[in-house]
Design a protein around this ligand. Structure first.
Ligand code: FAD
Ligand code: UDP
Length: 378
């Protein structure tokens, strides 16, 4: 073995594929019973509808290198992501755009009038100087829209005072003074034609890659554990960085999600793939309806059944799956301490969402793995 990779998500598999394609022998371990990390998907057994087990995953990128690389393993459908939100029983388009603004104010503003109105409503804050999510949200869309669409949704999603959340979380959502309600701004987007798992399996299929599932790096009853391998073989570690160092600097805080999946006896439940619920009195943040991710499969999917998934968000304990880094000031201080420890860990590189404690979209995980391969490993 020339390289051991801990974790078979997009980060780990990209490194594995690059290393194997340049003639190295690679072993990838994962503690789960399947490859692919959180991007894994599977067909719901009674309907055959593809569901994303760890939450809906939409691929989008403006990075030509990542797009070219992804297309070596899969083609993409022409799916364009659009999200709607239910506020007090009325459905509005997201991200906040001229349609949302006019529906909310019962008006017919053009872009210039809408900008002037939002500027006036946002008067108290300046987007460039905004220190936290609340200031940024108000600066971008004004207090009334912030309170309707952002405040309570964010409270449900993060259970952290928006004044203690970084402004970047909300910067992921564009605000548009047109009726364009594409959720993403990227050059390319789509869903893998044959599903995520087919894509991930093609990445792992190289004969130079040996994948071992249900193998935990910290389980000393298994041969490929931390104590037995560090210093013996180069390692790329994509699990949680605090776990690697036995939490010596304290736990980094994460949010996890609980998913409630249901098969319904209707052909179409909500008419779209994702409906957010903006209000505090609805306990879930959103409902996904998976058939709408693949309209091109209409003939294959049943007409009298559909699969939905309600998403609930809460703080993760050490036994939960970590999904979103909370990134409070305390977390950032701990992360710096872990980065120092990581520098001193000879022969081990830390990568991916968990290994760097960063929110990474799939294209960012792939892009950062390609850079690590080219700059540090090749
Ligand atoms: P992961 O996919 O988390 O893989 C890490 C792997 O390491 C896991 O398989 C884990 O089991 C394994 N591992 C951890 N510890 C150990 C251990 N001790 N021993 C062995 N194995 C271990 N991105 C988008 O681009 N679009 C989206 O719409 C999108 N939606 C998302 C929705 C949710 C709810 C979440 C959580 C993420 C979403 N993402 C989305 C991000 C996407 O999931 C990540 O970019 C991608 O998973 C990152 O890959 P990774 O390899 O870094 O991490
Ligand atoms: N957000 C919100 N209301 C919404 C959708 C998003 O307040 O209806 C905020 C919320 O703080 C969320 C952030 O915008 O965490 C990023 O949203 P995105 O849809 O990118 O979140 P993800 O899909 O990663 O959960």
């Amino acid at each position: 073995m020339d390289l051991l990779i801990v974790g078979s998500g997009f980060f780990g598999l990209t490194i594995a594929e690059r290393a194997a394609s340049s003639g190295r022998k690679v072993t990838v371990i994962d503690r789960r019973d399947h490859i692919g990390g959180n991007a894994y998907s599977e067909d719901e057994p009674t309907t055959g509808i593809e569901v994303h087990r760890y939450g809906a995953h939409l691929f989008h990128t403006s990075n030509p290198g990542v797009w070219e690389y992804a297309n070596r393993f899969t083609t993409f459908t022409d799916y364009v992501h659009r999200v709607y939100t239910n506020h007090r029983g009325v459905v509005f388009p997201l991200p906040i755009n001229l349609g949302t603004i006019n529906q909310f104010f019962g008006a017919a503003y053009g872009p210039t009038e809408a900008r002037a109105l939002i500027h006036e409503l946002a008067g108290e804050f300046d987007a460039k100087a905004a220190q936290n999510l609340e200031e940024k949200g108000i600066a971008l869309i004004g207090r009334p829209l912030y309170e309707a669409f952002i405040r309570d949704y964010t409270a449900k999603q993060w259970q952290t005072d928006p004044q203690h959340l970084p402004a970047e979380i909300i910067s992921r959502l564009p605000v548009r003074y047109t009726y364009d309600n594409r959720y993403f701004n990227d050059t390319w987007e789509g869903l893998p034609t044959d599903g995520y798992t087919a894509w991930l399996e093609r990445m792992a299929a190289h004969p130079g890659i040996d994948v071992r599932l249900e193998t935990d790096f910290f389980d000393e009853t298994q041969s490929l554990n931390k104590r037995a391998t560090v210093g013996q073989v180069p390692i790329v570690y994509t699990g949680p960085v605090d776990r690697y160092f036995d939490y010596v600097e304290g736990s980094l805080s994460w949010r996890t999600l609980d998913f409630e999946r249901e098969v319904l006896d209707v052909g179409d439940f909500q008419g779209t793939s994702v409906m957010n619920y903006a209000d505090a009195d609805v306990p879930y943040t959103r409902i996904h309806e998976f058939r709408h991710f693949h309209p091109e499969r209409a003939e294959r999917y049943p007409t009298d059944k559909t699969v939905i998934m309600r998403e609930f968000s809460r703080f993760a304990s050490r036994d939960d799956e970590p999904y979103y880094p909370v990134n409070t000031p305390d977390d950032r201080a701990r992360l710096l301490a872990y980065r120092e420890l990581a520098k001193g860990e000879d022969g081990v590189l830390f990568g991916g969402r968990l290994g760097t404690y960063q929110y990474l979209d799939m294209h960012m995980a792939i892009g950062s793995a390609l850079s690590m391969w080219n700059n540090e490993l090749a």
